[in-house]
Design a protein around this ligand. Sequence first.
Ligand code: UT7
Length: 332
Amino acid sequence: MTKLRAAITSVHGYVPEYVLSNQELETMVDTNDEWITTRTGIKERRILKGEGLASSDLGVGAIEGLLHKRGIAAEEIDCIICATATPDMMFPSTACIIADKIGAKNAFAYDLMAACSGFLFSIATASKYIETGDYKKIIVVGADKMSSIVDYTDRQTCIIFGDGAGAVLLEPNKDGLGVQDSIMKSNGEGRHFLRMTGGGSYRPASKETIKNKEHFIHQEGQTVFKFAVKGMADVSGEIMERNNLKGEDIAWLVPHQANKRIIDATANRMGVGMDKVMLNIQRYGNTTNGTIPLCLWEWENQLNKGDNLILAAFGGGFTWGSIYLKWAYDNK
Ligand code: UT7
């Protein structure tokens, strides 16, 4: 009997309207378009403006589009996993808030926190639920309002991040399509180099945490860069080797969009030309858990049933990993 696999059957993305360009950043911090473009590949990013709007609203935008496209009601969803590093609040989970907002009354919902690898880890987790046969429709949504934790006086981080969300629907597939393999890794020694210390149980919010800017992202860029290049390239190479895949077998590399130079190195290691790499960092920057599904959404029309895709991510923790999947539908 063919193994039951979890296949993506619909994808949708959502980005807020406001465009924060490199030119506007030049008026805010000591930076310039040329530096940002050559060091990161980013030209602009989106920012969610408006009182009371949060990561859940980005997630809802993505999921509502997805349900509409797939032609199903929210009540049919069994489970919602929200990958986010910027939850609406410490608790309840953003996934529960999203489920309520969209009317997914029959779903259980929870958040998964693995920084920029959260979406990838969530797909790996959700695919196991589907493979048991117990669940038929699972939504994985990556949603981050990164602007809520970015210090717009810190030129090392404010140029990188943007807001956005993307969602996929996973359903059972008996034709050999869908998630074939996944590798997930973490190393907590990396926690010192990319972190937000304030607001948790370690450093609850206080006048001091605010004064010390502990409610913002702190990143030692060069250190993270070195680990990211090696981590993402190594894990992508590993998943190809153990599935006997060569560069020419890969239809698309779908990398986390943190820095174009990290993506170039990963593609190079895999023997995949840049014409097979999904790249939209220039328009959205690093949307953390939104990057991979936003790519899938934008490239959906170019994907063919049976295409081999490698998803790859690296993020805070450190966390990193890759997924090998066979695309399950034509959308032309
Ligand atoms: O998604 C989660 C994982 N995160 C990542 O993968 C991010 C990994 N890191 C990076 O992408 C890069 O390290 C950054 C984009 C954050 C920084 O690029 P870099 O090439 O590593 O720059 P750097 O930190 O080594 O700084 C080089 C120079 C420094 O000046 P000096 O000391 O050489 O005079 C910085 O002060 O560039 C300066 N600099 C800037 N200049 C203009 C740093 N930020 C800026 C800026 N504009 N925004």
